[in-house]
Design a protein around this ligand. Structure first.
Ligand code: URA
Length: 236
């Protein structure tokens, strides 16, 4: 694997940043100063150090899936197919897991990785990463529904939600775009229930700056691009 790719995967920095580190002679492979950031390294055998600190190699995978409805966001299940069942044997070897949960009937953007730190960054309530959904809802909206979401709603268990942004995309089909910064169990469905509506369709299209690649057919997945990965790793 290229050294710059390996170090980017491990969160040391982007390819450009690695190039800079190489220029400053701060990287060694097997104790020899690296001259070319594109040099080939055997991840399992090359001893890579940055500023004399050994960077231990752990192969991480980062996948964006267009989750289909009908599969569950878990690593295994006795009854249902899981999102991990949709991966190839090669990817399953790395023990990947879904980042956060989408309900069985929800579709859309789902990240799958074996990098626990990155998963935490995207899902921790403290990070306030925005999650954007498209929903279809039964019934007619009252005029003040946007305000109600903005002010936060009280769910059936008494939980007070943080402010959410609701945009009405189509009044005929009651299609809405909703942005939340939390990830409580069934949150969107419960928020609509709190104001007397039922969600009939739900799709996540965005998490932070990470957008569902609409060219990705439903049920398929691809590796994150370098930019997408750098974004996820930049969340502090
Ligand atoms: N909110 C829900 O109700 N379901 C999901 O799958 C995601 C958010």
């Amino acid at each position: 694997m290229r050294l710059d790719k390996l170090l980017a995967n491990m969160g040391v920095g982007s390819r450009k940043e690695v190039k800079q580190l190489v220029k400053s002679k701060r990287i060694t492979v097997n104790e020899a100063i690296v001259k070319d950031s594109g040099m080939h390294v055997e991840p399992e055998h090359g001893r890579v150090s940055v500023d004399d600190e050994l960077v231990s190699y752990q192969k991480n995978i980062y996948l964006m899936m267009h989750k289909p409805p009908g599969v569950i966001s878990a690593t295994s299940d006795n009854r249902d197919r899981t999102v991990i069942d949709l991966l190839s044997a090669d990817e399953k070897k790395f023990d990947p897991f879904p980042v956060g949960r989408l309900d069985k009937d929800t579709e859309g953007l789902l990240l799958i990785t074996n990098d626990g730190k990155l998963a935490h960054r995207l899902t921790s309530p403290k990070k306030h990463v925005e999650k954007v959904y498209i929903a279809k809802v039964s019934g007619e909206f009252p005029v003040n529904i946007i305000k109600q979401f903005k002010e936060g709603l009280t769910l059936e268990d008494g939980y007070q939600t943080k402010p959410a942004k609701l945009e009405i995309l189509d009044k005929q089909s009651n299609e809405v775009k909703i942005t939340i910064t939390e990830g409580k169990y069934h949150q969107i469905k419960r928020m609509f229930i709190a104001v007397g509506y039922k969600v009939t369709y739900l799709k996540r299209i965005q998490m932070g700056d990470l957008q569902l690649d609409e060219r990705l057919p439903i049920g398929n997945y691809r590796s994150l691009t370098e930019d997408e990965l750098q974004y996820c790793k930049s969340l502090k």
